[in-house]
Design a protein around this ligand. Structure first.
Ligand code: COA
Length: 439
């Protein structure tokens, strides 16, 4: 198996499709990366990146990423591609301490001057074929719009929630780990330390969050306000250290003051990672009981979090839920095989896949210990508990973020009620799937 996306060759099929419309499909290396960044920033309606940011981005590439550009030889800006995509490998948490290497796709842009003529379709097809050829079992992305990627076989596998919390109404009814005997403590830390702690704590905790990822160095710097070329001096860091002196949690946030009323500032949480319940409670209490703050806003939290049970009035928390982590199964056997299923039993999946990777009839047997075994079988062997579905639906179900019964009721999965109920139980996640970051 290829272990670096950078080693994956360009997909001949996409090269041919794009060449037929006079476009060149190329790997982006060396100085060409500057034009790539220009195209990405323009594609996402951003400003021109300062030289320092382009340089830092280039310097922070570790050589395992694959950047691909589509160039229009007739364009006056010959160095700027009309479409971009970048991919690299990250670990995806599938179940408790069970991970899969994931082809992570980002920076998908097509210039507004070249939209809706099949360029993104060629790019996505090229990524999926490259990933499958390299032996990757799954691809993933976070999306600007929920309407784009279903047609390519991606399903929303982890929904996340945003909270807007009225701190005075919320109160605090949870544990107070910084008080009493053997208390833990809270401390402000500098942004460099904050970036380090975010990375360390993510590494220690991601195995318990299905849908979460291993991340990359620049991510921690950005969350800590150290984005090269665009630092954010407003970012603050606070960490929780337990009675034994071990750092167990960290929060990165900014405070937006309110010129109309000094006592009604708003805290925006960039990231909060806690390894223990004490760290979680201490950091949330810190945020909710911060002087001069009336509102705390945070995104990308899991649906399964305990915070609402820690405040005095849960109606102080306004919750907005949204699709966030989209996954795309490429190898059914390895993806289902990475789950720990909760009840024994069996089912036969008849999967359709517009790109063919997951297409086929797959027999899933779960033993008494919850270990799955998945075999490809002849289409004629589909009898008994048969589940007919598309690869996007199977991908959405993989982490247990949506149940088979829900998809059945929505007309997205065809199976009998009993089989759907078994799948609901079998695929129960250790906690609601989530993803704490964008990529
Ligand atoms: C989204 C984007 C990449 C699409 O590129 P494109 O080259 O115009 O897309 P294509 O012409 O290849 O379209 C492929 C299919 O997706 C559909 N599609 C494209 N953009 C879509 C959108 N924003 N919403 C819904 N469907 C969309 C097309 O209708 C087409 O459907 P079909 O092939 O099933 O008939 C491009 O509009 C873009 O760069 N947008 C701004 C940046 C962005 O949001 N990127 C995505 C980041 S996650």
């Amino acid at each position: 198996m290829t272990i670096s996306a950078a080693d994956a060759p360009l997909d001949p099929q996409s090269t041919e499709i794009l060449a037929a419309t006079g476009l060149e499909y190329r790997l982006v290396t060396g100085d060409a990366f500057d034009g790539f960044v220009t195209a990405v920033d323009r594609g996402f309606n951003g400003e021109r990146a300062p030289e320092e940011r382009v340089r830092a981005w280039r310097e922070n590439l570790d050589g395992t990423e694959r950047s691909v550009g589509v160039y229009d030889p007739r364009s006056p800006e010959t160095g700027t591609p009309v479409a971009t995509v970048m991919s690299w490998l990250m670990d995806l948490t599938v179940d408790a301490d069970s991970f899969l290497p994931m082809w992570s796709i980002s920076e998908v842009t097509v210039a507004a001057t070249h939209r809706r003529r099949g360029i993104a379709r060629a790019l996505l097809g090229g990524e999926l074929r490259a990933a499958a050829d390299a032996g990757l079992p799954i691809a993933g992305l976070t999306v600007s719009e929920a309407t784009i990627y279903g047609r390519f076989g991606f399903g929303p596998a982890a929904h996340t929630v945003s909270w807007t919390i009225d701190t005075r109404r919320a109160g605090w009814a949870g544990p107070r780990p910084t008080e009493g005997e053997d208390p833990g403590r809270l401390d402000h830390i500098e942004r460099e330390q904050l970036a380090q702690d975010l990375a360390t704590l993510n590494e220690r905790t991601r195995g318990s969050r299905p849908g979460d990822i291993s991340g990359w160095p620049l991510l921690w710097q950005e969350l800590a306000g150290l984005k090269p070329g665009k630092p954010d001096p407003k970012v603050r860091g606070v960490r929780y250290t337990d009675a034994e002196g071990e750092v167990r949690g960290v929060v990165a946030y900014t405070v937006e003051t309110n010129p109309e009323d000094f006592a009604k500032a708003t805290i925006h949480v960039n990231a909060l990672t806690a390894e223990t319940s004490d760290a979680y409670a201490a950091l949330w209490r810190y945020l909710l009981q911060h002087d001069l703050v009336g509102t705390v806003i945070t995104g990308l939290r899991s649906r399964g979090e305990p915070l609402r049970w820690m405040v005095a009035d849960e109606r102080a928390i306004t919750v907005t839920e949204r699709d966030h982590h989209w996954l795309r199964i490429l190898d059914v056997q390895r993806c289902l095989g990475a789950r720990r299923l909760r009840v024994p039993g069996s089912a036969t999946f008849v999967v359709t896949d517009p790109f063919g990777f997951a297409e086929g009839t797959w027999r899933l047997e779960v033993d008494d210990a919850g270990a799955p075994s998945v075999q490809k079988v002849d289409a004629g062997a589909a009898s008994g508990s048969v589940v007919r579905l598309g690869v996007a639906e199977l991908s959405a179900m993989l982490l247990g973020g949506v149940t088979a019964s829900t998809l059945r009721a929505a007309g997205r999965v065809d199976t009998d009620e009993e089989t759907a109920r078994w799948l609901d139980l079998a695929f129960l996640p250790i906690t609601a799937p989530s993803l704490s970051y964008w990529y």
